[in-house]
Design a binder for this molecule. Structure first.
Ligand code: APR
Ligand code: ZN
Length: 256
């Protein structure tokens, strides 16, 4: 019976540079729901509501989104969510010089809050910190837009051209931010091992960042509760809670 935990430690320890790839599962222990887990967001909200076409067509949807931001429900500017031990363990690996970078699908900014510099985190699906006008691309800190909402603008419009305003997150139907994508590929090319944490690896092109090197033989450790769409590509799979298994894994890897 192979000891998956020790095998995972060996892969991370013997690697020169590890690429960490995270999904919503790394943030559930911070109180943020994932999408496809047992009580994920998609079991309560229609994913179609997160398509760019529906956002632009439907003022009620935009107003609901801004209200949720205002109430801190969308882990944005007003929320109290904090990094959990999984984020902290990943930050320890970065501080020890073990990472080629962190590529995340999450928009919560918790890797940066755990101490990883922003230029070491590629946010493939954008983030909530800034918002922009969909027409003239003028952009603002999201907290500034929330002040407009608080002052009574339920569906805030661009002061310059009157266009619709949305956060800098990537909705279904939108392309990924080019600079984040390029950064992610550079990080992946510099890695000789991959550590996936909390993702079903079922959304593309994001998942291709790690699936392509894995298919070329780069060892991949997957830490994920339940199945992912590519468990067959994992060198080692740890079906465990990230916040429970990553701290001891990092302790062992760093020889503490
Ligand atoms: N530890 C380990 N795994 C966990 C934990 C945890 N504490 N909590 C949840 N998980 C697992 C879930 O079981 C699930 O398999 O994390 C995985 C999260 O998968 P998804 O919900 O599909 O999230 P993600 O892979 O990030 O989705 C990718 O899809 O909806 C879009 O844009 C959205 O960025 C998101 C993208
Ligand atoms: Zn505008």
């Amino acid at each position: 019976m192979i000891d998956h935990f020790s095998a995972a430690c060996d892969i991370v320890q013997s690697a020169g540079r590890v690429l960490v790839f995270t999904g919503a599962g790394v943030s559930t222990e911070s109180g943020i729901p994932d999408f496809r887990g047992p009580d994920g967001l998609w079991s309560r909200v229609d994913p179609e509501d997160f398509t760019i076409s529906r956002y632009l067509d439907n003022p009620e949807l935009r107003e609901r989104g801004w209200r949720m931001h205002l109430n801190g429900e969308l882990w944005g500017a007003r929320s109290e969510v904090k990094p959990n031990p999984a984020h902290d363990a990943i930050a320890e690996l970065w501080k020890a010089g073990k990472l080629s970078g962190v590529v995340t699908q999450n928009i919560d900014g918790l890797h940066q809050e755990a101490g990883i510099p922003a230029d070491q985190v590629a946010e493939l699906h954008g983030n909530l910190r800034r918002s922009h006008c969909v027409d003239c691309r003028e952009d603002w800190e999201t907290v500034e837009v929330l002040a407009w909402v608080e002052a009574g603008e339920a569906d805030p419009r661009c002061p310059r051209c009157g266009g619709i305003v949305k956060t800098n997150t990537v909705m279904f139907g939108e392309s990924l931010p080019r600079n984040e994508w390029t950064t992610a590929l550079i990080m992946a090319s510099a890695a000789d091992a991959i550590l996936v944490v909390g993702s079903t690896l079922g959304v593309y092109p994001a998942a291709d960042v790690v699936l392509d090197p894995a298919r070329r033989g780069v060892p991949m450790v997957i830490v994920n509760l339940g199945r992912t769409e590519h468990d067959h590509l994992a060198t080692v799979k740890l079906d465990e809670k990230a916040g429970a298994v990553l701290p001891p894994l990092v302790e062992q890897v760093l020889g503490r």
